[in-house]
Structure formats: structure tokens, C-alpha cells
Design a binder for this molecule. Structure first.
Ligand SMILES: [Fe+2]
Ligand SMILES: [Fe+2]
Length: 214
């Protein structure tokens, strides 16, 4: 039996998805110039790739594993998988660079609504099965796989993005799972760099929970 703290990485990713599509919808509605537009395209592509790989991981690995351990989970998890499929056309429309960014803004706002609804559903109905049936070894294997998927070069920006959507408790719990050198590098380099990126993206500052900044 694991606790919710073991799922802090999983929930941290959810929190980042919950926050980002609304921010993107607003910024994409009126890019400042070509440089801003290119940065928004790059950031949107990164977030969409993260969402695609999160859904793929759930559909091909996590949900089958849970069903293998508890067949009663099957109906709930099939429902969540079909919600992923329902989101796919919107994700494709959001990624379509032949459509100008301002014209994709309403799609991003719709994604914000639907993704938040999906995550509410998942956290209410799937997380209890995860808590009951996953082991610390499962969590560690998923963490290693996610880090491999991020790729060494992108880890700084992905860590910054994840932190920018978190509440203090969740971020502290997720960082506690990482080596001390990663926490230090995050605080000294990755977060300041992401804060500058956030200003370029969204024209305003983003704060980090004081528990981590202290
Ligand atoms: Fe999820
Ligand atoms: Fe999901």
C-alpha cells in the first residue's frame, strides 16, 4: 500500500496540465511579435507532447497493470481511456501550425475545460485504485521512465514548468523524491531560468512556493 505522497510526481504533472492550457489560451490570443509567437509554438508543442506521453503511459501501462491487479477497476479505467480518445481531435487541432495561433486560442480554452474535468474524474476514481494496488517499486520505475522520456536536455525546462503549476505541499513532496543535487540545481539554475521563460511567455512573473525557495 502506498500513500498520496508516493503519487506526488503523477499529481504534479496533473497540476501543470490544469494550469497551462488556460495560460496558453490567453497568450496565444494576442502574440506580441514573431519571436513571442515562436516561443509560444515551442512551449505549446512541449506541453502537448507531455500530455500525449502521459495519456499513452496510462493507456498502455498503468491502467492495464491496475486491471491485472483488480478487475473491478476495468470499467472506470476504460471510461478514462475513452476520455483520452475524445481529447485527441482537440489536441491535434491545438498542434496544427497551419492554423494561426490566435485562431487556436478557443481550442486551448476548450482543452483547459475538458482536461480539468478529465483530471477531476481521474483523481476521484482512478487514484484510489492506484493507492490500493501500486507499490513503491512501480512508482520508482515510472519515475525513471518519465525522466528518460523527458531527456537530459529538456529536464530543466520541464522541471520549471511542473513547478509553475504546483501548490507548495505538492512541489515539496515531489522534490523530496529527487536527489539533493537535483534540488539544489533546480533552485539555483532551473527555476530562475524558467521564471525568465515564464515572463517571456506570459508577460508576468510566477512565484515559487516559499517552502522550496527558503
Ligand atoms: Fe493522469
Ligand atoms: Fe488521464
Amino acid at each position: 500500500m502506498i500513500t498520496k505522497t508516493h503519487l506526488s510526481g503523477f499529481l504534479l504533472v496533473h497540476a501543470a496540465f490544469r494550469a497551462e492550457f488556460c495560460r496558453l489560451a490567453e497568450a496565444c490570443s494576442r502574440p506580441r511579435d514573431g519571436v513571442h509567437e515562436e516561443l509560444l509554438e515551442e512551449h505549446l508543442a512541449l506541453v502537448l507532447e507531455m500530455l500525449h506521453s502521459h495519456h499513452s503511459h496510462e493507456d498502455t501501462d498503468l491502467w492495464p497493470k491496475l486491471v491485472g491487479r483488480d478487475s473491478e477497476a476495468a470499467a472506470v479505467l476504460a471510461g478514462l481511456e475513452s476520455e483520452h480518445a475524445e481529447l485527441d481531435p482537440l489536441l491535434a487541432a491545438a498542434a496544427d501550425r497551419s492554423i494561426p495561433l490566435p485562431d487556436r486560442s478557443p481550442t486551448l480554452l476548450r482543452l483547459h475545460e475538458l482536461i480539468n474535468r478529465h483530471l477531476d474524474h481521474e483523481e476521484r476514481d482512478a487514484v484510489p485504485y492506484m493507492l490500493e494496488h501500486l507499490t513503491p517499486e512501480d512508482i520508482e520505475a515510472d519515475r525513471r521512465k518519465a525522466m528518460g522520456d523527458f531527456g537530459r536536455r529538456r529536464i530543466p525546462v520541464i522541471f520549471g514548468w511542473l513547478a509553475s503549476g504546483a501548490d507548495p505541499g505538492l512541489l515539496t513532496a515531489a522534490l523530496a523524491d529527487t536527489p539533493a543535487v537535483v534540488r539544489l540545481t533546480f533552485r539555483l539554475f532551473w527555476w530562475p531560468a524558467y521564471r525568465r521563460r515564464f515572463v517571456r511567455l506570459y508577460g508576468k512573473a510566477v512565484a515559487l512556493p516559499t517552502a522550496v525557495e527558503a
